[in-house]
Write a protein that binds this ligand. Structure first.
Ligand code: BJ8
Length: 428
């Protein structure tokens, strides 16, 4: 099959074609090495392979098509941005967080070196002209979560206008009032850029689309409780990563088809590992595409990741928006309540997160917890202390890892993870 030439589209979007070619070459090789080398992958993963292969091609073409029809594309960096409001006006929400080192040299011209890799990566992608999603976005939405992000948006705003939502840092009634005001203001912003009013009817539809996507992801998550697990942690992570930029209706349909296949696998006791393989819960900073380093090391060291307590995982999918609201006000309240439950480490105090990790350990029969923080991510690195204390009480081993997107420490990490898995095996 002849490959389509997307270069005219990339040029029109203002991408740096040479750098972009290099990015695609590196991504293609990494994906082949990490994903295509796995054994016994479910057939349903072919859809995800296809989406990844067309992430900068067909999917961008689709975004350009919808823009031609007058619909808006909104780029976001955080699961706090209510997708329902964007969907209500026929818009598309795309995740802009990046998980690759490429472009970091450019980022370090405007950001301190000791900034977390996720922030440097999205800044680098913009400055080096490598991200077709930010180029295609009609609105970019930042948020006041961690200090690094909120200050970086001030700089990003010089290159691409960035609307910032204020996220409270505590969960009192006063914070909820602030958050409700932010959601209402964001609704008005979405109405302004789209030229469309948000009504109970179109918002109901937006809520349903976003909830259906989350239901499919919850279904996938629940199937990973089976022993042996019918899908690798790497593949499940990929599904959660792609959820941030694929067409939500098509994605939901394909993930439900994948889940049908996994149910069949479970019935015939078919898994991707043998019984007795240590089951690991990974918790912490989000892993944006193509950040596959830690699960790759874990799963090539004889263990399996059974859940991710992270925004690219459980944290962004476990709660639904109530669907019983019959007025716009009640629907907005349902959105406010749902998002207010997100237990990001940017909140204080944040006991919900620790309790949730303990629940996941039980539900997924985890033999060990690996806490992952991106280097220089203060919220998650500091919160790891409390998580460690809580997990230690359960008697299962806990490992704290801090790393960036580079590959230099892969040998050292592998040695530490292998030693940890020895302990996890004893708890198995
Ligand atoms: S709700 S986790 S998506 S803020 S890794 S940039 S926290 S220094 S990404 Fe996040 Fe929203 Fe919270 Fe989720 Fe800062 Fe840490 Fe970097 Fe982070």
């Amino acid at each position: 099959m002849e490959l389509k030439d997307y270069r005219p589209m990339w040029k029109e979007l203002g991408l740096n074609l040479e750098g972009h070619d290099q990015l695609l070459a590196v991504l293609g090789n990494t994906y082949k090495d990490i994903y295509m080398s796995q054994e016994d992958r479910p057939k349903g993963m072919q859809y995800l392979d296809f989406v990844i292969s067309e992430a900068h091609g067909l999917r961008i073409e689709e975004l350009m098509e919808t823009k031609k029809k007058g619909n808006k594309v909104v780029g976001t960096f955080c699961v706090y941005v209510p997708e329902e409001l964007i969907l209500a006006v026929g818009g598309t929400c795309v995740g802009l967080c990046a998980g690759a080192e490429i472009g970091i040299d450019e980022a370090e011209k405007v950001l301190p070196r000791n900034t977390c890799a996720l922030i440097k990566s999205f800044m680098g992608f913009k400055l080096a002209g490598l991200c077709p999603y930010i180029q295609a976005s009609d609105l970019v939405v930042g948020e006041t979560t961690c200090d690094g992000k909120k200050k970086a948006y001030e700089i990003l705003n010089d290159y691409k206008e960035t609307y910032v939502m204020e996220i409270p840092q505590m969960k009192t009634e006063r914070d909820r009032t602030l958050w409700r005001g932010e959601v209402v203001q964001f609704k008005e912003k979405v109405e302004e850029i789209s030229g469309k009013k948000i009504t109970p009817n179109n918002l109901r539809e937006g809520i349903k689309i976003a909830n259906d996507k989350r239901r499919a992801l919850q279904r996938l998550s629940a199937l990973r409780k089976a022993i042996p697990s019918p899908i690798s942690g790497l593949d499940a992570l990929l599904v959660n990563q792609i959820a941030f930029y694929d067409d939500p209706l098509r994605f939901t349909k394909n993930i439900n088809t994948l889940c049908d296949e996994l149910e069949e696998r479970i019935k015939s006791r078919m898994g991707v590992t043998k019984n007795g393989t240590p089951r690991i819960l990974v918790s912490g900073s989000p892993m944006a595409v193509p950040n596959w380093k830690i699960p790759f090391i874990i799963e090539t060291s004889g263990a399996i990741v059974v859940a991710e307590e992270s925004c690219v995982g459980e944290r962004s999918t476990r709660d639904l928006v109530r669907e019983d609201g019959d007025t716009l006000d009640k629907m907005i309240d349902a959105i406010v309540d749902r998002y207010f439950k997100i237990d990001c480490a940017c909140f204080t105090p944040n006991e919900e997160r620790t309790n949730h990790i303990l629940d996941l350990v039980k539900e997924f029969k985890a033999d060990g917890v690996i806490h992952y923080s991106i280097q220089f991510c203060t919220p998650y690195t500091v919160e790891a202390y409390k998580v460690e204390k809580a997990v230690q009480k359960t008697g299962i081993p806990f490992l704290k890892i801090e790393t960036d997107y580079g590959m230099e420490d892969i040998g050292q990490l592998k040695t530490r993870i292998e030693a940890f898995l020895e302990m996890a095996r004893k708890c198995n």
